[in-house]
Design a protein around this ligand. Sequence first.
Ligand SMILES: [Zn+2]
Ligand SMILES: [Zn+2]
Length: 165
Amino acid sequence: MAICPRCRQELVDNQVDEFSVAVCQPCHGVFVRHADLVSILDRSWRAIPAATAEKAEFVAPENWQHEPLLRCPKCVAPLEKYGYMGLAAIQIDRCDRCESVWLDAAELENMVVALARSNYRSEKSLRREWDASRDIASVGMVGMAPRSLREGQRNAFRSLIRLLE
Ligand SMILES: [Zn+2]
Ligand SMILES: [Zn+2]
């Protein structure tokens, strides 16, 4: 049995895909294993359009530094606070002993949006690097490369294909 650290109600087990999460019905807080949360976030962030993620603003709740520590819904140890992706606006409460986190209402949603923004940004910069390297190639590197270099690239490509088979 797990108890909501805010309203002391009993949490109700719910399923998200194959993961079990405990939900507080009055306050919509969620208690979830850290590893499961990572998988859930990983599967969810693409549902947020890039433009929406980029526009999102995360506002830290007033006085968040002075909030009393919450206790773990399961083992009642004090929960440790940390800002998701370094964002003070998304305060996650973690129990190391239970390897679980407590998320207040809307925190899960904010995490998905924050992760989407960060992932879209790194995809964009990867694409820029990729385009830049193709530009160099089209400027004539392929044509000018000595035969031995081209041969080496072809061999590397072949062993890569073999690896992937
Ligand atoms: Zn609650
Ligand atoms: Zn605990």
